[in-house]
Design a binder for this molecule. Structure first.
Ligand code: ADP
Length: 258
């Protein structure tokens, strides 16, 4: 494992070499403020953390604590105001916007609360949109194999309006996976789903992590959902409150949703 982003060119500062064999993400004193008019609001206030490759990581915290801001910064959707954000060995803070776009396209997959499938394409065609964005192919991760993993092999030709919300979210997981991403980011992936469909989506994320060794990072405000992670990062008021390692994560089918 030595793949840096952007065709193997690792972009970093000269005085620090991230340990790619171990950590997929390293943050050093990361801060983020939003500026509106004359008002600057600090949201992330100095985040330091190292995250292991192939872990199932949950970012947990109350509404407004900075979870989405944190996720957007480690996924290259937004830039930190200060600090170093090493992902796959490169410092995202130093990348120009065009490289950040390539990083998002090639290296990471996204799942949001809303599924955002293309309504005029079938489930399979939606996944192919993801596949067409990928630069690397994983022979163990074909569209067929992915649909088997999401439990929808017999429904690949359905259109979004013919599927439940949970099924659409599973297809959005397929679309993200078809890129063969190094990291899969999911921001409140069950936020729009009822208990039964939500559990199924979480089960699939756990399976993806086990089967493909994809690093999965899930944001939630629900402490019960957080039990499925093997690393849980508690965020409170823009700072990491604690990091809990859990050697025996809960099975999503057993978690209490309420
Ligand atoms: P969480 O995901 O934990 O609910 P967020 O990261 O979405 O928290 O937001 C943290 C704080 O930052 C909130 O107070 C929110 O209002 C503020 N915030 C988020 N995005 C913006 C933005 N684009 N401009 C100004 N303030 C923002």
């Amino acid at each position: 494992y030595s793949k840096g982003i952007l065709d193997g060119n690792i972009v970093t500062t000269t005085d620090y070499k991230p340990d790619l064999s171990k950590y997929i993400i390293e943050l050093k004193d990361v801060r983020k403020s939003y500026v509106t008019g004359d008002l600057e609001t600090p949201v992330l206030k100095g985040i330091d953390i190292k995250l292991n490759k192939a872990d199932f990581i949950v970012i947990l915290g109350p509404s407004g604590s900075g979870k989405t801001t944190f996720l957007n910064i480690i996924s290259g959707l937004d830039k930190a105001t200060e600090g170093d954000v090493f992902v796959l060995g490169s410092n995202l803070s130093l990348l120009k916007d065009s490289h950040l776009t390539k990083f998002r396209r090639w290296h990471v997959g996204f799942i949001f609360q809303q599924y955002n499938l293309l309504t005029n394409l079938t489930a399979k065609e939606n996944a192919e949109v993801g596949e067409n964005l990928s630069r690397t192919k994983n022979p163990d991760m074909t569209i067929d194999d992915i649909f088997e993993t999401i439990g929808m092999k017999d429904q690949m030709n359905k259109y979004p309006h013919q599927m439940s919300g949970g099924q659409q979210q599973r297809v959005s997981i397929a679309r993200a996976l078809a890129k063969n991403p190094d990291i899969l980011f999911a921001d409140e992936p069950t936020g729009a789903l009822d208990e039964e469909m939500g559990r199924k989506v979480l089960e699939i994320l756990v399976q993806v992590n086990k089967r493909y060794k994809t690093t999965v990072i899930v944001v939630t405000h629900n402490p019960n959902i957080a039990k499925i992670g093997n690393t849980v990062i508690h965020i409170r008021n823009g700072l990491i409150d604690e990091v809990i390692k859990n050697d025996h994560p809960a099975d999503p089918s057993t978690i209490d949703w309420s």
